[in-house]
Design a protein. Sequence first.
Length: 131
Amino acid sequence: MPITTIGLDADDTLWHNETIFRLTHDRFADLLSEHHDRDRIEDRLAATEQRNLRLYGYGVKGFTLSMIETAMELTDGEPPPRVISEILAAGREMLSHPVETLPGGGRDPEPSVGAVPAGADHQGRPDGPGA
C-alpha cells in the first residue's frame, strides 16, 4: 500500500516551547522553596509528569495538572492557596505565550487530510484557551 500521509509532531522542534517550560519549572521551584530544596522539587515534578504522561499526554494542561499534584505531594496535601493560584496563572501564561519559531521553522506546512488542527495536542485533542 502506498504512503499517502505523513504526520509530524513538531511542537518542540519548530518553535521555542522548551524555553517557557524551563522558566515555569524555575517559577514552580521558587513557589515551593519554603517546603523543599530545588532538587527535591524538580525530582518530584519530573516523577509526577512521567507518571501522568499516559493519562494527560504532553502539553501545557498536563504539565499544569502535574505541578498542582506535585505541590499537593510536597506540602502534605495542604499547599497554600497562593501556590495553587500561581500555578494556574503560570499555566494560563504558557497557553497564551506567543509562538516563536526556530530558524527555518517559520513556514507553515500545507494542510493535509487528517491533519491535527492548530491548537490541538499531539493526539488531536484541544489544548489551548477554552479547551
